[in-house]
Design a binder for this molecule. Structure first.
Ligand code: NAD
Ligand code: ZN
Length: 348
């Protein structure tokens, strides 16, 4: 074990603070990553505040990690010292179940090992990316293409893959009308990726405050969900709705926006249940689905897709001591569109 600088939560209510955490020694199949940037996902906030259930403190979160490989184990073949790499929401899975074999490690039947707050193979609790270094099995480390700036690559590891996966699965593309609910970290990536896939994209945001950005990201329409007229104007319109909102939404109202055989996919993860009136599914034979991040192979495919198409998350860089303020701003919808920690500020 060795100690590294980090930021950790000590309880559900105390501010996060600087500390040191332990990383395991680099095993034969492990990669040591010197972290450069770590994104702040709303899931980090749900987790440290205990909204999804109890967690063990102190806890270091962060699952949008990019950095440079500085050491590899003797059996590592996939990565080399000096490589630009990334780590997302999981660091291990059983690799043997049907879902793992299908490349859907996020749905590992044994439970994939989360990058933080999960029980690691050695029985310790995994600690995430708000830190200077991390040791990860080579199979859960992604290659970050050179053309994606380091700091902008971080949000792809969660916000990028979480929106890419359902957009790809439900065939967002030419001729498809896609709505994105919520213009935060995931939402702005959903817009950029769906546009790149060729879909016609509408943003459904609380207000029109971010309309100029939405249109600049390639959306063709932008509506305020605070205005009831929106739900009248857009009835029976969309093939696919990606819901990225972190609190429950009025399911009947949003399902009413789906056309024949349309699907509403929730990636937003409020702790409270979403109430689905079944009659709003009967009309137009609608579907309601969920989706969790994406597999490792698909995450690499998404990174390569973003590099090829020039899709770059819009980030606000912050220092290690600004994380608590950043959390408050995320909760106030005051982020354009992802906070990313410059981990150099954690080295001192
Ligand atoms: N399914 C997954 O694998 C997965 C992965 C990552 C994040 N998540 C979850 O997705 C959610 C979003 O994460 P994020 O990091 O993008 O958060 P975020 O806070 O950056 O974005 C959420 C956005 O929703 C907006 N919003 C809130 N209420 C709204 C409403 N009624 N109508 C329209 N917009 C509304 C907010 O203003 C904000 O812009 C969180 O719950 C997070 O835990 C799920
Ligand atoms: Zn996330």
């Amino acid at each position: 074990m060795f100690s590294v600088n980090a930021i950790a939560a000590t309880s559900a209510t105390e501010p996060l603070a600087r500390t040191t955490i332990e990383r395991r020694e680099v095993g034969p199949r492990d990669v040591l990553i010197e972290i450069r940037y770590a994104g702040i996902c709303h899931s980090d906030i749900h987790t440290v505040r205990g909204e999804w259930g109890e967690v063990a403190y102190p806890l270091t979160v962060g699952h949008e990690i990019v950095g440079e490989v500085t050491e590899v184990g003797a059996e590592v073949t996939k990565h080399a010292v000096g490589d630009r790499v990334g780590v997302g929401c999981m660091v291990n899975s059983c690799r043997e179940c049907d879902n793992c074999r299908a490349g859907q490690e996020q749905y590992c039947l044994d439970g994939a090992t989360g990058t933080y707050a999960a029980v690691d193979r050695d029985g310790t609790i995994t600690q995430g990316g708000y830190s200077t270094h991390v040791v990860v099995d080579q199979d859960f480390v992604l290659r970050v293409p050179e053309s994606i700036p380091y700091e902008a690559a971080a949000p792809l590891l969660c916000a990028g893959i979480t929106t890419y996966s359902p957009l790809a699965h439900w065939n967002a593309g030419p001729g498809k009308k896609v709505a994105v609910v919520g213009m935060g970290g995931l939402g702005h990536m959903a817009v950029k990726i769906a546009v790149a896939m060729g879909a016609d994209v509408t943003v459904l945001s609380q207000t029109l405050g971010k309309k100029d950005d939405g249109l600049a990201f390639g959306a063709s329409d932008y509506y305020a969900t605070g205005d009831p007229a929106t739900f009248e104007a857009l009835r029976n319109s969309f093939d696919l709705i990606i819901n990225t909102v972190s609190v429950p939404i009025d399911m009947a109202a949003y399902l009413g926006l789906l056309r024949l055989d349309g699907t509403l996919v929730s990636v937003g993860a409020p702790p409270e249940p979403l109430a689905v009136p079944v009659f709003s599914l009967f009309n137009n034979r609608r579907s309601f689905a969920g989706s969790s991040i994406g597999g490792i192979g698909e995450t690499q495919e998404m990174l390569d897709f973003c590099a090829e198409r020039g899709i770059v998350p819009q980030v606000e860089l912050i220092g290690a001591d600004e994380v608590n303020d950043a959390y408050e701003r995320v909760l106030k919808s005051d982020v354009r569109y992802r906070f990313v920690i410059d981990v150099a500020t954690l080295r001192r």
